[in-house]
Design a protein around this ligand. Structure first.
Ligand code: NIG
Ligand code: FE
Length: 419
């Protein structure tokens, strides 16, 4: 049996605890459940008690000598960050495209010329499972160093059954061997593969008739995502893919209104998607529909910055009652980063979230966006002991100093993995 872990005297413990279930909206996004001089008692990877240090000292008076004690005086302690939208399991990299975009090419120009998602698809098809595991492991290690203890991971760089399965199996293996939790999403509808150019509907049929049943049968994914965008999948095609996924028990997610306003937010509400992603160009009607349907907006301000686009209307979405989560969108084209701290910084700077809202969006609401809020996203009794101790004394500080990794130590299921 491992020793209990006892964190004491945290100058600020942001528990994110709240009695209400489900994603937080409006003012509830600012309620961080703060405790001054806070303490956590952890056993077997699970949080057993949360409160003031003086309270836990009494509660565990007889057992203090058993514990490994961490003195967090001077530090902020938060839940492990949750990244609810990544494309982390891919082959190769695309640094030349970065230069091309700076020289004037657009993201869609590059993709339509066979680069972009197609380039990564070629590299992912060519990579062996071992090579993919090796490359993805490095990215997951970086996530941990940035305080991220749970990620969602999408397939979508296969776009044929063999390689989609390879990506999803790689994520399943890493889920067993790597400290990070990976929640898998099938995204065969990431683009229309080059060999189906001009036969888009046939590819949609292939997704529905041949890929989805196998993926669902092997229980390789929880969610089903589609890139609903002009020149990729129409709202009608996207709806077909998402409805088919639902029949197999996969929960819909949508890459929506990223490059152009295309009815993606409206579609997310209509199909009952758990979240809609990007939303840079979401319409007012779409935002209202999402608020009404309870669809979480998963906003990706690092992607907007990297594509030199104006970020999504995060402030407006929160004011209109949409629950907002944020994510790196870690991928080799539009957002090669694993820094959720940078994403929190940008959520404040480019979307005008407050520092408190940004932290909720990167923890509890992010967990809701991947249906994992019963286990992660807040520090509450019975939840996984996924914890970050920061080189900062309060939550404002981690958003105020920007472009800095303030993570000092990270515990995953009670085990120290960083610091
Ligand atoms: O979420 N927009 C579509 N998919 C990814 C980018 C993938 C890529 O460029 O490789 C995104 O930004
Ligand atoms: Fe994405």
């Amino acid at each position: 049996m491992t020793k209990p872990l006892w964190i004491i005297h945290a100058t600020q413990l942001a528990t994110l605890a709240n009695d209400k279930k489900g994603p937080r909206i409006k003012d509830a996004m600012s309620d961080l459940g703060l405790i001054e001089d806070g303490s956590l008692w952890i056993e077997d990877g699970v949080i057993k008690a949360v409160g003031k240090t003086s309270e836990l000292e009494k509660q565990y008076a007889d057992r203090q000598h058993e514990a490994e004690v961490v003195d967090a005086k001077g530090h902020l302690v938060t839940p492990g960050l949750v990244d609810p939208h990544t494309h982390v399991a891919y082959g190769g990299s695309r640094e030349r495209e970065f230069e091309m975009r700076l020289e004037g090419a657009t993201y869609m120009d590059i993709m339509n010329a066979g680069g972009g998602i197609h380039a990564t698809t070629r590299m992912t098809r060519e990579a062996t499972e071992e090579q993919l595991i090796e490359q993805t492991t490095k990215r997951l290690d970086l996530f941990l160093e940035h305080g991220v203890t749970t990620v969602e991971g999408k397939s979508g760089y296969g776009m044929n059954l063999e390689t989609e399965l390879k990506q999803l199996r790689v994520m399943r293996k890493l889920q067993e061997t790597h400290a990070i939790d990976i929640v898998p999403t099938f995204m065969g509808a990431h683009a229309v593969p080059s060999e189906y150019k001009g036969r888009e509907d046939e590819y949609v049929d292939l997704l529905i008739d041949e890929m989805l049943p196998v993926i669902a049968n092997e229980k390789l994914a929880v969610f089903n995502d589609v890139f609903c965008e002009k020149g990729v999948f129409t709202p009608e095609q996207s709806e077909r893919v998402l409805e088919a996924g639902k029949r197999h028990g996969l929960i819909p997610k949508i890459h929506a209104d990223e490059i152009e306003s295309y009815g993606g937010a409206e579609l997310a509400a209509k199909v009952g998607a758990i979240s809609a992603e990007h939303l840079l160009k979401a319409s007012d009607e779409g935002i209202q529909a999402m608020a009404k349907a309870g669809t979480i907006a998963c906003l990706l301000p690092a992607t907007a910055l990297y594509l030199r686009e104006e970020a999504a209307a995060g402030r407006k979405m929160i004011d209109e009652g949409v629950a907002v989560a944020i994510s790196t969108d870690c991928n080799p084209g539009s957002s090669p980063t694993t820094s959720m701290t940078l994403v929190m910084n940008l959520a404040c700077i480019s979307m005008r979230l407050t520092p408190a809202e940004a932290l909720t969006a990167a923890t509890y609401n992010a967990a809701c966006a991947i249906k994992s809020e019963d286990k992660v996203g807040s520090l509450e009794v019975g939840k996984q002991a996924d914890i970050v101790l920061w080189n900062a004394k309060n939550y404002q500080e981690i958003q105020y100093f920007f472009g800095i990794n303030h993570v000092k130590s990270v515990w995953k299921k009670g085990k120290k993995v960083v610091g």
